[in-house]
Design a protein. Structure first.
Lengths: 322, 261, 322, 261
C-alpha cells in the first residue's frame, strides 16, 4: 500500500489523538445553556487564522447572520472549506477575512474570482464530494477516508489527497485527509438551549461538520424545549455535546432561504450579485454589515417584519418540513 | 431566416431527449437542472433525478429559479432526502446511471475544465467555480452527458486544467488511474452539434448536427479535430412542445434560456 | 503505508467494479412493483452458499418471518453477518442453514454455542462496530474503511482486517474490508410497493446494508402509498432502487418487537430460550417453522389477532415513532 | 449474619456510584444497563447514556426487561436516535467519556475475553457471544469500567482470547498498537472488590473491599496477583435506597439482580 502519488495542495493535518483530547477537554457533556448573541459567539469561538467550515449553502440554510458578524469583527486570515457555497465565500472574501479556500465550489460572481486571480486569496482545489468526505473522516476520528474520485485529474494534483494501491483487492484509490475545523457555523431549523438541533430537508454535512469541529456555533430559527426534542429523537440531527454556542437568529439565512420556512429574497440577491468587483462588493458590505450593529438591525434594514412575512408566504412548500 | 429559439434552448431541448426513462440521473448545477426538468415533463417521466445536496427523485417545482439548488422547489416531492456523502456513496456504488453536467471547457477526450484558464495555478488568467460535485459525477456515474456552448475556446485539444475526468489521455487511462470501470463521458451536447466518443480512440466523435449547422461550421469552431461519424444525424430543432414548456412553465422570465434577439 | 499485520480470518472479497456492475445491471431504477410473498422472495433471492446480512436485531425489528422462510426452504451453507444478533443467528444455525458466521455478537443461548464448539459452523470474529463499518464500506463503493478499534487484540488476529501505517500522520490504523452481501433481509416499519422504506427509531445499519447488498428483501409492517412517501421524504431510510422484493409481513419481527408498534412476546421468547441444545432447538423449529406453511399460519399458531392486539397494547411508548 | 443482597446487586450498586455526573457513558449489554439506570436515578441524573444501537441520552423506561436492548423502553426520551456507525464514530472522536462493560474473563492488564475458553479457536471448549460492541467501547471510550463476577477462573494471568483491549501487555502497548492515546481500563468492579490500574505497570490494583470481604479472600480468588494499594477503601454495601429502586422500579421480577437465597 505504497503512496503512488501525492497532491501538492496544503492540508491542515491534525493528529487524531490531539483532536480526541480537545473533544474530551474543551467540549462539555454537561447540560449547560449555550445561548448567546452573535457578537459573543464569534468573539469567543472565531479567531484570526482559524479553519472555518459552514454547512449547506448555495443560498440555502447558510449561516449568513454569523458570517456577517465575522466580517463585522474583521476576523483575518481564515482558511475556509467552500463546499457547495455561493454567497458565503464571496461575503467572507469580500470582507477581507480569508486567506485560503479549500474549493469544492468556489461560488459565483466576479468579486470572488477577482480575489483569486489577483492572488489575494489562495485556493486549494478539491471537489464538493471529497470536501464532504474529509469532514466525514474528521467526524469518524480517522486520519483519512478512501474515494474513487479525484483520480487522474488536475484537481487531484492541486488537492492534498494521495493515491495508494489498497491491500485487499489491489485497487488504486484516492485517500483524502480528515478535516477537523477550528470552527463550524451551522444554521439550523430548531434547537434547544443545549444545542440539540434539528435540520429539515436534504443536507450537505451538518452532522459531519458539527462532529468534526473543535468549536461549533449554531444559529437557529427558533429555540424549542428539550422536552419537545425528547418526544421525537429521530428528528435530532446534532446532539448537544458537539455544540458550543447557540445563537437565536430568525431569518438568519437571509438573503438565502430556509426550505419550508421562508423563500430567498430574490430582490436583495440582485443587489448582492450586482457587485461586479471587490470594490463594489465592499460597498455592499459597508452598507449591510459595517454600518449596522448586528442581525436585528440588518433585518430592519432589509425590510423588517413586513418583508419577512412576505418571504414566508412565498415559501408555499411546507410538506416534509417541521 | 432568423432563428426562433436560442442556443441555450437548443442545447437544453437536445439534451433532454438523451436521457432514457427509468434511469437515475445525477443532475449538475445550471443548465442540466433545466434540461432534466424538461426531460421529466416531456420524455422520461420516470427518471429519478438525484442531486449532490441529497434529494432523490424530486419532482422539481416550476418555475425554476436561477442559481437555485437545494431549495424547497428543487427538493419537492422527493422519494428521499439524504446528504452529500450518501449521494456520492451511491454514485460510487454504481447506482447512478447518468451524470449531467455543464462546463466551461472540454477537450478531445472529454476532460472538463471548470477551474481556471491559464497555466499558472497561483495566478490564473481566469478563475471559475472549480469542481463542485462535477468531479464525482464525471468519475462515478456510468454515463456522463456534458452541455457546452460551441465555441473554439471551449473545445480544446487539451484543457488547461482537468477538473473532472473524461477519458484523460485516451484508452485505458481511466481504469489505470483507478476510476470505475466502464464509466466515462457518453455524449457532449453543444449549441451546434452532438458528439459521442470513438470506441477505439476515446476521442470525441461528431454524430449529429443542429438545424442549419454544417459540418465545417462545427469543425471550424473546435480547436481539435474530432472523429466524424460516417453518417451525421440531422438533429431536430426545439419542438413547439419543448419551447412551450420551457418558456411558459420552467423559465417564464427567461433568465436561463434567454430571448431570441 | 505497508501492511504491518494481517488478520487470518477468511473474507469474502469482491472487486468494487464487479459490485458496481451488478448494481447497474441487476437492480432496476424503474418504478416496478416488487410486492411478493415470502416464499417467492426467498426462492428468488436466497441461494445456497450466499452471504446474508440482516439488520437490527437483538429482538428488535428482526426480519424473523423471512428468516423462518429461509429455514423452511432449507437453504444451506449460508455465511451470515451476525452484528447485534440474538434470535436470528440461533434460528438460522438451528435450522441447519449456516456454515460460517462473521461474529459481531454471536447471540445468546447454548444451541448456537454448541454448534460452534462442535465445529458445525465456523466463526470469524469481528466486532459489532467493525461489521457495521464493513457494511458502510460496501455501501460507499470502496474496498475498505479505516478504524481505530480491533487493534492489539485476538479479535483482530481472527478477523480479516489489516493494520497499516497511514500516510498522512503516520498513525497505525486497522483497515476493514468492504462487505457486499448477496442478500440483505431488512424488516421495516413502512414502505411503498417499489421499496421506498421507512425505519423508525435508532438503528444498526439499515441503509448501509441495503445499499451494499446485491439483493435486498424488505419485509414490512405495512405498505403505504408513494404519495405519502413523497410528502415526507425526510422519513425515507432506503430508496426504492436498492430494493428487489417487498414482502408484507405484519408482526414480522415476532417474537421480537418493532418499537412503537408492538412489544416482544416474552412468553414465546421463553419457549425459544428454553431450547438448551441443538436438538431441543430443532423441536422448536419443527413446530414453528416446518410444520406450517408460512407467516400467516405462524401468526395463528402464536395466538392470532387477539395475541397481536395484546402485544400492541403492551407497547405503551409511541412517541417518536410513525 | 447472612447477606441481605446478592452479588449482582453489590456489583451494580458499587459501579453505579462510579460514574461522574455530566458525562457521556457508552453502556454495554447486560448488567451495565441496569447499573446505568440506577446511576441516573440516584447519583448522576445528567449522565448521557449512549448505546451502540444508536440511542443518545435515553431515560430508559423501567422495569427493565431481560435481554432487551434497542427496544422502545431502552430508547425512551432520547436526545437523538442515530445508528451504529455514527455512535462508534463518536466514540472514536473522543466524545464518549466512559465505557461500561460486562465480561466473562479479565486478565491482569484488564484485557477482556468474551469470545472463547480454550486455546483451539476452531474447537473451543466454550464459546461466548464474542465482542459485540465491546471491542469498540474498550478501544475508543476514554475510561472503561468493567463489571465481573469475582471468581478465580475469571481473573486470569492472561485471558485465553483478548476480545477487547485492556492495557494489552503493559505500559505503552495500547499506543504502540495504534489505540487512542490515554484511553483504557479505568475500574474493575467485582462481586468482592474494586480495582483500578497501577499507573506505572498498568497491572490491576486492588483499591477497595466489599463488606465482609478480606484482602486474602480477594487474592485467593484471582489467578494473578494484583498490585495492592497501601490503603484499601472499605466499600459500602448496597444502600436501602439503591436496593429499593433496584427491586421495586428497575427489576421487580429480579431476573437480573437475583434473589437472596
Amino acid at each position: 500500500m505504497d503512496v503512488l502519488e501525492s497532491g501538492m495542495g496544503e492540508v491542515l493535518l491534525q493528529d487524531v489523538d490531539d483532536v480526541r483530547e480537545w473533544m474530551r477537554d474543551k467540549k462539555t457533556r454537561a447540560l449547560e445553556e449555550k445561548v448567546m448573541d452573535e457578537h459573543e459567539a464569534v468573539r469567543k469561538f472565531v479567531n484570526d487564522g482559524d479553519y472555518i467550515s459552514y454547512d449547506l449553502s448555495s443560498m440555502v440554510r447558510g449561516p449568513m447572520s454569523i458570517e456577517r458578524e465575522i466580517v463585522r469583527q474583521k476576523k483575518k486570515d481564515l482558511w475556509i472549506a467552500a463546499k457547495f457555497t455561493l454567497l458565503d465565500t464571496t461575503l467572507l472574501v469580500g470582507g477581507g477575512c480569508v486567506s485560503k479556500i479549500d474549493v469544492g465550489f468556489a461560488g459565483l460572481g466576479r468579486p470572488l474570482f477577482e480575489a483569486i486571480e489577483n492572488g489575494i486569496v489562495k485556493t486549494i482545489d478539491w471537489s464538493n464530494g471529497t470536501l464532504a468526505l474529509r469532514h466525514l473522516a474528521g467526524a469518524m476520528g480517522v486520519p483519512f477516508l478512501p474515494a474513487r474520485s479525484l483520480l487522474g485529474t488536475d484537481t487531484f494534483k492541486h488537492s492534498g489527497a494521495k493515491v495508494v494501491e489498497e491491500p485487499f483487492t489491489g485497487k488504486k484509490v484516492a485517500l483524502v485527509p480528515a478535516i477537523n475545523p477550528d470552527v463550524a457555523i451551522i444554521h439550523v431549523n430548531q434547537c434547544d438551549v443545549y444545542g440539540n438541533a434539528r435540520v429539515y430537508g436534504p443536507s450537505i454535512t451538518p452532522l459531519e461538520t458539527a462532529a468534526a469541529s473543535k468549536n461549533v456555533i449554531l444559529s437557529t430559527e427558533e429555540i424549542i424545549s428539550t422536552d419537545e426534542i425528547k418526544k421525537d429523537p429521530g428528528k435530532t440531527t446534532i446532539p448537544y455535546y458537539m455544540v458550543n454556542a447557540v445563537v437565536v437568529a430568525p431569518y438568519g439565512a437571509h438573503p438565502g432561504t430556509v426550505p419550508g420556512y421562508y423563500s430567498y429574497d430574490s430582490e436583495h440577491l440582485e443587489e448582492f450579485f450586482a457587485a461586479r468587483s471587490l470594490e463594489e462588493l465592499g460597498e455592499y458590505i459597508d452598507k449591510y454589515v459595517h454600518s449596522i450593529s448586528g442581525h436585528e438591525d440588518y433585518m430592519e434594514m432589509v425590510g423588517g417584519e413586513a418583508r419577512m412575512k412576505e418571504l414566508k408566504e412565498r415559501e408555499w412548500i411546507k410538506e416534509g418540513y417541521y | 431566416m432568423s432563428k426562433t429559439y436560442t442556443d441555450v434552448e437548443q442545447m437544453i431541448c437536445l439534451s433532454s431527449r438523451l436521457i432514457e426513462d427509468n434511469r437515475t440521473v445525477f443532475v449538475g448545477y445550471g443548465m442540466p437542472q433545466i434540461a432534466a426538468i424538461l426531460a421529466q415533463k416531456l420524455y422520461s417521466p420516470n427518471i429519478c433525478q438525484v442531486y449532490e445536496y441529497g434529494a432523490i427523485g424530486p419532482e422539481v417545482a416550476t418555475p425554476f429559479k436561477r442559481n437555485m439548488m437545494a431549495d424547497a422547489r428543487n427538493s419537492y416531492r422527493s422519494f428521499s432526502w439524504m446528504s452529500m456523502n450518501r449521494m456520492m456513496a451511491q454514485a460510487q456504488m454504481g447506482y447512478i446511471d447518468y451524470g449531467f453536467l455543464g462546463a466551461a471547457q472540454i477537450d478531445k477526450y472529454g476532460n472538463i475544465n471548470s477551474t481556471i484558464i491559464g497555466k499558472d495555478y497561483e495566478k490564473p488568467k481566469k478563475r471559475f467555480t472549480g469542481s463542485g460535485g462535477g468531479n464525482e459525477v464525471a468519475s462515478l456515474c456510468w454515463k456522463t452527458i456534458v452541455l457546452m456552448q460551441h465555441e473554439k475556446r471551449r473545445f480544446l485539444e487539451r484543457v488547461d486544467f482537468i477538473t473532472s475526468p473524461g477519458y484523460l489521455d485516451g484508452p485505458g487511462a481511466r481504469e489505470n488511474a483507478g476510476l470505475p470501470r466502464d464509466s466515462g463521458p457518453h455524449r457532449v451536447v453543444s449549441s451546434k452539434a452532438l458528439f459521442d466518443f470513438d470506441e477505439e480512440t476515446k476521442v470525441m466523435r461528431l454524430i449529429g448536427l443542429c438545424p442549419g449547422v454544417t459540418k465545417e461550421d462545427v469543425l471550424e469552431n473546435m480547436e481539435f479535430e474530432p472523429v466524424v461519424a460516417d453518417e451525421l444525424e440531422q438533429l431536430g430543432p426545439p419542438t413547439e412542445d419543448e419551447l412551450k414548456i420551457l418558456r411558459e412553465e420552467i423559465d417564464p422570465d427567461r433568465v436561463v434560456i434567454g430571448r431570441v434577439d
